[in-house]
Structure formats: C-alpha cells, structure tokens
Design a protein around this ligand. Structure first.
Ligand SMILES: [Ca+2]
Length: 460
C-alpha cells in the first residue's frame, strides 16, 4: 500500500508543476447505470450492458477510476443539474423539479463556475449542450455557451449527420480547449450531451449495423445501441483533442450521467429514488489518479463543486452551507480516503409523482443503509444496499431504531429545505408538481417530431 501511495504522489507532481489543472465534465443524459459496455462493478456482469458498445468511454475508465456507487442528485434532468451547479441537495435548493425552480434557494449562491472564477480568475469556463435551467449560463459563471439551443430538451437535430447535436457540441468544446491552450489559461469545460435521452437518433450507417446484431437481455433496442455508439464516438473525439493538445497530464475528465435509466436489474428507473433512478455511471481520469481502479465509496453529483474547487484552488472553502464533499482525497489515494461532507448523509427528494408509480419519494443514504420514504403509502423501507443492491428486502422490522432515526433525519432535512408548509402539503398528497401539472407548458418546451421512436426497455 505504501508503494501505491508513493506512485499516486509521484503522479500528482506534474499537475502541481504545470499550474492549475483543466477540467472536462462530460454529462450524459439518461444513461443507465449499466448503459456502458464497461462494468461499474468489476465482478458483476449486470453492472454493464450486454449489448451496447462504448469503447472510448471504457478506455477512459481503464485510464482512471470507475465508481461503483455513484448517485445522481435527483432521478431527473433539471433538479440533478441544479444540484451539480450549486453543490446542494435538491431539497435544500427547494428545486425538486424545473417547475419549482423559480424559488430556488441557491440563486444567491455562487454556482460552480462562479466559485471557480472567484477562486482563480484565470480560469476560462464554457458550457455547451443541454441546459434547461432557469438562470442563464453566464449568470452561473460561464464565459461561453451555445445559448437558446440549450432549451432543446431532447437535442433533436435537423442534421442527419449530427444526431442529438453530439458532434456540433463536441466541436465547440474542442475549439474552446484549443483557444484556452493558446491563451495559456486553465479551463473548465462542461459538455452536457443530449444523448442518450429519447428520442433516439443516430447516424444511418450506425443504425444499419445494429439492426442485424444479436440483442442482449438487459438492453435490446438497436436504435438506442446505435445512439450509444455514436455518442461514445463523440466522447472519443473530445478525448483525442485532449491528447492532441498535449494536456492530458493536467486535465481531469469527469464522465457521468444526470440520472439513471432502464437497467433490467436495479429497482426502478428514471423518476424513482430507488437505485435504478439514482445510480449512474461515473468515471474520473486525471493526474494523480491510478489507472483501472474501482471505488465503491458512495459519491453524488452535488460533490462536484467542492471537488473542482479542491483541485483548482486547494484551500478554498466552498460557500457556507455547501452539502457536497471533495473527491480529491479519495481519487488521489486509490479510494482509500473518505469523502468528507459537511453533512454525514446523502438526501434525495423527488416530488413529481404525477401519474407515476410509486409517486413522490425521498431517500436518505448513510453508509451501507438507505431508507426510502413514499408519500403515496406514507411508509418507509430500509435496505442494506451493500448486500441488497436491488432493494428487495426491507430490513426496517429488524432495525427499528435505525429506521426510525433515519426517517427523522430525512424529514428534518426536507423540512429545513422545503419548509413546513410544503412538507405538510406533500404529506397531504399535494406536491409542487401535482399543482404545476395543471399549468400550461412553457414556450419552447414543445418537442420536435421524433425521428426514431424510443422503444421502452422494461424500465420497471
Ligand atoms: Ca436526464
């Protein structure tokens, strides 16, 4: 172990010598925990796809650390992204869905790019791709963005050679990296892809190849597999540019999905706070991180803000109230060091229960234990997800004190975030989204006609 730590320290020296590191944060949309051909748990075949092929992202994982138990902050796009930007749980942001984002508590806080530029004004920042947040990219600290296009929910593209606009935003990101290197400035680049959200789009020739291939059991939709392959190619173009520019040894690449998706293994999927909705692929590569490591420490999307600050400007204290913790000690120790968070719990809250089973839910995670609470049944269930990843055995009866304490801690956290009145409404079945559901869709939210209808893959 001593020798391993020495290697980590030696590997970290070039980054320190080269000045502040760069960051490329690639966020997939709706990619399931087992949506990559790379397994998220080394000895568990079900943790990888038996159909999709993602060689470039798999290679990235082999060059860095794969997280077996990474959680999105929420089981849906907008709240998950808000939480990443502000380093807070969606409950504390009071942003369980985009319709409630108008009264975000995070609005007065510096978002990730704001905080990074405050810590070191030399940083150039850019955000390309799916945004969907109420406040603009520039308000949240980005120097460059691609504007209104980011309100395109599905990323549907009129260009058959650019499915999901994946190559367009990759090109923008590559040009931004080139410019940053030319100017001699460190950079933070967000590439928030529209892939692999439905509706499925891919290059025609890619789809042709997948139509004739033998399908898997967990994944079996050729239109989705073709989109995953094209998306992986786009990620490969970003990685190739990093190598071409000669900045791999001072660039951290973070690859993650914004929420879970269909796995045919884990319980639930998108819009559930069960493992299927929250557990996502996460890979981090960069200076000081050993190759081909797996880490089963629980981490969450709202850890990214303190992680980036810790690498970019060591010693910078995140804004008071930040709930995420830095992954830096963990990444540089081969998963030996813990993630220290101001609060010793992960909390998930999803209030949008309109027409969905099982309705509004919340969850709290502490160590191996996870307590799920459902407003539809006003009941809680306790799981040891280290042994029961599929959440099949409720152990609350055998652990009544633990279940009771976790439930109380969860409700206290929610109450502090959304307030007594909102919590009382949730208890009464009147969630923010059940009320917002009666509103008319906002302008710009209408989808383009789908080019390839997504086939449902047994999400539940
Ligand atoms: Ca999503």
């Amino acid at each position: 172990m001593t020798c391993r730590i020495c290697l980590f320290l030696l590997a970290a020296i070039p980054a320190a010598a080269a000045g502040p590191p760069n960051f490329v944060f690639i966020l997939a949309d709706d990619q399931a925990w087992n949506g990559l051909s790379k397994r998220m748990i080394q000895d568990m075949p079900e943790s990888g796809s038996d159909y999709h092929q993602t060689p470039n992202i798999d290679r990235l994982a082999a060059e860095g650390m794969t997280f077996s138990r990474a959680y999105s902050a929420a089981p849906k796009c907008e709240p998950s992204r808000y939480a990443i930007m502000f380093g807070l749980t969606t409950a504390s942001l009071n942003a369980p869905d985009k319709r409630t984002a108008g009264h975000l508590r995070g609005d007065s806080r510096p978002a990730l790019a704001n905080a990074l530029k405050q810590a070191n004004p030399d940083y150039r920042t850019a955000m390309f791709g799916k945004w969907q947040l109420v406040r603009s990219q520039s308000q949240l600290g980005f120097d460059r963005d691609d504007g209104k296009i980011t309100q395109n929910q599905d990323g549907d593209s009129p260009d058959p050679r650019d499915p999901k606009r994946m190559f367009e935003l990759t090109d923008k990101g590559n040009r931004f990296m080139e410019d940053s290197v030319k100017s001699g400035q460190p950079f933070y680049l967000q590439l928030w892809h529209y892939a692999v959200h439905g509706s499925n789009q891919s290059l025609p020739e890619t789809l042709d190849r997948w139509q004739s291939r033998t399908r898997g059991r967990r994944h079996r939709d050729p239109t989705r597999a073709a989109m995953a392959e094209d998306f992986d190619r786009a990620v490969g173009m970003t990685l190739a540019k990093i190598d071409e520019l000669g900045i791999r040894d001072r660039t951290y690449v973070i690859y993650m999905s914004d929420n879970g998706g269909p796995t045919r293994y884990l319980r639930g999927g998108k819009t559930n706070v069960t493992e299927g909705g929250l557990r996502v692929p996460l890979v981090v590569r960069g200076p000081g991180i050993a190759q081909d490591e797996y880490c089963d420490t629980p981490v969450v999307g709202y850890d990214l803000l303190p992680t980036v600050l810790d690498f970019a400007a060591p010693g910078t204290v995140p804004h008071p109230g930040t709930e995420g913790g830095s992954w830096k000690p963990l990444l540089l120790s081969g998963c030996e060091q813990p993630v220290e968070r101001p609060i010793d719990r992960l909390v998930f809250f999803f209030a949008d229960g309109r027409g969905r089973d099982p309705g509004p839910q919340a969850a709290i995670v502490k160590g191996n234990y996870k307590l799920l609470y459902s407003w539809a049944t006003a009941s809680a269930a306790l799981f040891d997800v280290s042994r029961d990843i599929r959440e099949t055995s409720d152990i609350s009866a055998e652990n009544p004190d633990l279940a009771s304490n976790l439930r109380q801690e969860l409700m206290d956290h929610l109450r502090a975030g959304i307030g007594d009145a909102a919590l009382a409404r949730a208890e009464a079945g009147d969630t923010p989204d059940s009320r917002a559901g009666r509103q008319r869709p906002r302008r710009g939210e209408n989808r383009r006609p789908q080019t390839q209808r997504r086939r449902r893959e047994g999400q539940r």
